[in-house]
Ligand binder design. Structure first.
Ligand code: SAH
Ligand code: SF4
Length: 353
């Protein structure tokens, strides 16, 4: 019989499993705390659980862990990118970012991404699977243990790694609830942000399910033809509909929405792009986060010069947008999503050739 992935079970689900096995309900709470609060992933270290119960646990459950493959540290030491492997040799990435002595982590939600945005390294990969809640949690736990050794801890989590989180809605939602659980990390919902390419149905659902979690929208253009060229999903979820859904989200949650806008040379940061962007933002309590495009090998898109980036930023600023221009962080280690995995696979190819 296949063993159950114990890290994938919420406390309620774990309690149910324990009762079915004739075990005590309060033991389920203890086990949940070992796993999700103390981050101990070996049944034999659960010292308040009897040996007999531990043997039953070992026969029914497994603790699936991520296998560390490699990591890269950026020159400024502020970005560390980790590559992990899942069963079946599937690779995923997680990134640790330090900003003013606080650590954010960027987690993956899928292996590959079926949405295939034209500029994105993850979109170039074959879409393989949705991650389970446990596989999302393990990215957090691995990095939390890594920081613990430095007497530090995670302050923010962004779902901005590989994949589209809203195409894996249930597992993402579950991972947030489990990280938030009092018996686990007790991590505040205010410190999560989900980044989405703009799936309308899921945004509507999210505005009911997770009112405290931050939302970031990958916008990249407010002109339908341009956005569709970059992001095929815009053909099914066009800007007007997206806007309606976001207004509804804002009405329900009162949250400020972050709009990510990658700057691509000669494409989306010309005068008219700025004019339209200003009009679009008037309806929202917003933060526009300008991100210089991170070059992806094999793609035609280029990063604008620093001067061009600043001109666009200044135009938006002078029209009273709430805007930031991201300094290019960790671009020496290809910190944009999917890029480390692509590199690793190139290395693998070279090794086997
Ligand atoms: N699928 C989700 C979350 C993962 S992508 C989404 O699209 O929002 C996270 C962010 O990285 C998105 O805003 C995406 O547009 C951006 N991104 C992808 N490739 C990039 C690149 N090469 N340079 C800069 N940003 C990139
Ligand atoms: Fe998928 Fe996001 Fe990359 Fe688009 S940008 S292909 S939605 S991961």
């Amino acid at each position: 019989m296949e063993k159950i992935d114990i890290l994938d079970l919420s406390l309620e689900e774990l309690e149910k499993e324990f009762l079915n096995l004739g075990l005590k309900k309060f033991n389920a709470l203890q086990v949940y705390q070992w796993l999700h609060k103390k981050l101990v992933f070996d049944f034999d270290e659960f010292t308040n659980i009897s040996k007999e119960t531990r043997e039953i646990l070992k026969s029914k459950f497994e603790i699936g862990t991520l296998k560390y493959v490699t990591h890269q540290v950026s020159k400024d030491k502020k970005t560390v990118k980790f590559l992990f492997s899942l069963p079946g040799k599937r690779l995923i990435e997680s990134v640790l970012l330090k900003y003013k002595n606080r650590y954010s982590i960027c987690v993956s939600s899928q292996v590959g991404c079926p949405l295939k945005c034209d500029f994105c390294a993850t979109g170039m990969m074959k879409f393989e699977k949705n991650l389970k809640a446990s596989e999302i949690l393990m990215q957090f736990y691995y990095l939390q243990n890594y920081l613990k050794e430095k007497n530090d801890k995670i302050s923010n989590v962004v779902y901005m790694g590989m994949g589209e989180p809203f195409l894996n809605y249930d597992a993402v939602n579950k991972s947030i609830n489990m990280l938030n659980s009092k018996e686990g990390q007790d991590f505040s919902k205010r410190n999560f942000t989900i980044s989405t390419s703009g799936l309308i149905k899921e945004i509507d659902k999210f505005s009911e399910d997770q009112k405290q979690v931050g939302l970031a929208i990958s916008l990249h253009s407010v002109i339908d033809e341009k956005r569709s060229e970059l992001m095929p999903i815009n053909k099914i979820n066009p800007l007007e509909k997206l806007k309606g859904s976001l207004l509804n989200y804002q009405k329900k949650t009162k949250n400020r929405i972050t709009f990510e806008y990658i700057l691509i040379d000669d494409f989306n940061c010309e005068k008219n792009d700025g004019v339209e962007l200003v009009k679009f933002m008037k309806s929202f309590n917003h933060l526009v986060n300008l991100i210089p495009y991170n070059k992806v090998v094999g793609k035609p898109y280029k990063t604008p010069s620093i001067q061009k980036q600043k001109n666009f930023y200044n135009y938006l600023l002078s029209h009273k947008l709430n805007v930031t221009l991201r300094e290019t962080k960790g671009d020496d280690i290809q910190a944009a999503c999917g890029q480390l995995k692509v590199k690793k696979e190139e290395i693998k190819d070279e090794e086997t050739n």
